[in-house]
Design a protein. Structure first.
Length: 93
């Protein structure tokens, strides 16, 4: 669905290079549609990767639509929720 300013932006982007990749779902819509799509996909996939058409325009809108921005931990490991790996060089004790 093309709405508001999305239609002319999409036409301008497609004129430069075809936007999108075969096999990927392409959504051009509002925040409610994005939330709904992610919720529906969440029942059948482990994760969703978003490819905003224009980062500086779309990324703030996506963050607002999803209700929060990125949440960073003190380390990348904490941010990604990864467990600390075992030290193979430590002496078992």
């Amino acid at each position: 669905m093309l709405i508001g300013t999305a239609e002319p932006r999409l036409a301008r982007l497609d004129a430069v290079v075809a936007w999108g990749t075969p096999g990927r779902l392409r959504l051009v819509g509002d925040a409610a549609e994005l939330r709904d799509l992610i919720e529906r996909l969440g029942t059948v996939v482990d994760g969703v990767r978003l490819f905003p058409a224009e980062l500086d325009v779309d990324l703030p809108r996506i963050a607002a639509a999803l209700g929060r921005g990125p949440v960073a931990g003190p380390t990348l490991r904490d941010t990604l929720g990864l467990a600390r790996p075992a030290n193979h060089y430590a002496v078992a004790g």
